[in-house]
Design a protein around this ligand. Structure first.
Ligand SMILES: [Zn+2]
Length: 458
């Protein structure tokens, strides 16, 4: 996974943008997993099975509290959905209470099961999380999962490995493009401490569980000579060993206008699975819940939102539900994506609400849903853009301020993801429904929001 064999003929840089724009991108050469026809059929079969299982519910005659026709029940007027990203932590979305009023997640999925790591963070001074491994990024228009945790701290900070293992020091390069969509990565053994390509130097440590910990953006001049010797000799290093210092990085990530000196820490399991580095480390104090900025409905795989009447979108056919969700940590302005998102669907009748689809974890980012090329599923789990009343609303994973739209109906953590998945409203009776959403950060802070909508197919 951290092979260092030099490519015999490295591709020339096609544009050179990766040297100046990308925080860090990486993929494992040769592990691209395509979603082939068989997989699509499997996903279709899974959806069919779900619908079959639901059919007794969906076909049930309207009863009190059941699926029913619109009743004209009075609804609180939903505030206008913000079009511009709302970056204030204090803000609340349309009908989106924050943690103080949100119902707690049931114990089965609350902080009791949010895994807590114990390893020491690899820098000793103060730092902020600049980006999560599950964040959507799209530098130069190439959509991908970030893949690692950015530990934002001072340039020159010493990086220490929290795990023991065999070390490999490399330099690397990224070749990525939108057409054809790909993300390729090349490595060479790092040998020259005076190497000027200093932003892309990595020390990788493979621990006794086969996980490979990649520490990126080390200053090439800072790599201890003994570490280089052990890298060449294939000798192990103990936990706590210094790997070098963080290189200066003068490109800011807005709204923080300072430089962005950072360690990119990426962890791959032995099977190539991207693991959440922040989950493996000691927990960080965080009392701020995510912010849910809005919930919108579009036709499956489309961008234009259904128009709303009295704040209630009227939808038909196969529908995707999209939510804008961001998170921040205390004393930090960096915008992050949520760790956990779950949803349920309720049918409303009078003052009754009946559960149609139970709470389901759309994402829980202990690991990414892909191995290899990180462009896979990036625009399936995340949504690149919406058009709301003619105005675009974009995910932004570039320089910032970052902003994240997530599609909530393209699958879930257990069943997998596919763009063709949707909420098939023809399987529902015409009537009024409510989509409930909860989003949590790694510390277990929860935000919730709901959006009513009308199904009208007949
Ligand atoms: Zn990074």
């Amino acid at each position: 996974m951290t092979g260092t064999a030099p490519p015999t003929s490295p591709r020339p840089a096609e544009s050179g943008w990766y040297n100046t724009k990308l925080c860090d991108m990486y993929t494992v050469v040769g592990m691209v997993v395509a979603v082939g026809r068989g997989t699509r059929y499997a996903l279709a079969a899974a959806l069919l099975a779900l619908l079959t299982a639901l059919s007794p519910v969906l076909a049930a005659p309207p009863t009190a509290g059941g699926l029913a026709t619109p009743t004209g029940i009075p609804l609180p007027p939903p505030p206008a959905a913000p079009i511009a990203p709302t970056l204030s932590k204090a803000s609340t979305a349309p009908n989106a209470p924050t943690a103080s009023t949100a119902p707690a997640l049931p114990q089965a999925t609350a902080s009791s099961t949010i895994p807590v790591g114990s390893l020491p963070w690899p820098v000793h001074g103060p730092f902020a999380i600049g980006a999560h491994f599950h964040d959507f990024q799209n530098y130069s228009g190439v959509p991908y999962f970030h893949g690692g945790t950015d530990v934002r701290t001072q340039a020159g900070s010493v990086v220490y490995t929290p795990v023991a293992g065999r070390v490999t020091v490399s330099k690397y390069r990224i070749d990525a493009a939108r057409v054809p969509l790909h993300f390729q990565y090349q490595r060479w053994p790092f040998a020259d401490r005076a190497d000027t390509d200093a932003r892309y130097v990595e020390a990788a440590v493979t621990d006794d569980q086969g996980r490979t910990w990649m520490f990126r953006h080390l200053d090439g001049k800072s790599i201890p000579s003994d570490l280089l010797r052990r890298s060449r000799a294939g000798e192990p290093i103990p936990a706590g060993e210094p790997l070098g210092t963080i290189v200066a990085w003068h490109q800011p990530v807005l709204p923080e206008t300072a430089t962005y000196h950072h360690l990119h820490l990426e962890v791959l399991a032995s099977d190539g699975t991207y693991l959440n580095p922040a989950r493996l480390m000691a927990p960080l104090p965080d009392t701020d819940p995510p912010v849910i900025h809005g919930i919108w409905f579009v036709r499956n795989e489309e961008e234009t939102t259904f128009p709303a009447t009295d704040g209630r979108p009227r939808v038909s056919g196969d529908v995707d539900v999209v939510a804008a969700i961001t998170d921040r940590m205390p004393n930090s302005r960096y915008i992050l994506s949520p760790y956990l998102v779950r949803t349920r669907l309720m049918a409303l009748s009078g003052s009754d609400a009946r559960e149609i689809l139970p709470w389901t974890e759309v994402v829980r980012f202990d690991r990414l849903p892909v191995t290899g090329d990180r462009t896979q599923l990036a625009t399936v789990v995340y949504k690149e853009r919406l058009r709301i009343d003619g105005k675009p609303l974009l995910s932004n994973g570039e320089m910032g301020p970052r902003f994240f739209l997530l599609t909530l109906t393209n699958g879930d953590r257990r069943a997998g993801y596919a763009a063709r998945r949707s909420l098939p409203t023809r399987s529902l009776r015409d009537g009024i429904y409510r989509f409930d959403l909860e989003a949590a950060d790694l510390a277990g802070n929860v935000a919730s929001a709901s959006q009513e909508f009308e199904v009208r197919n007949r």
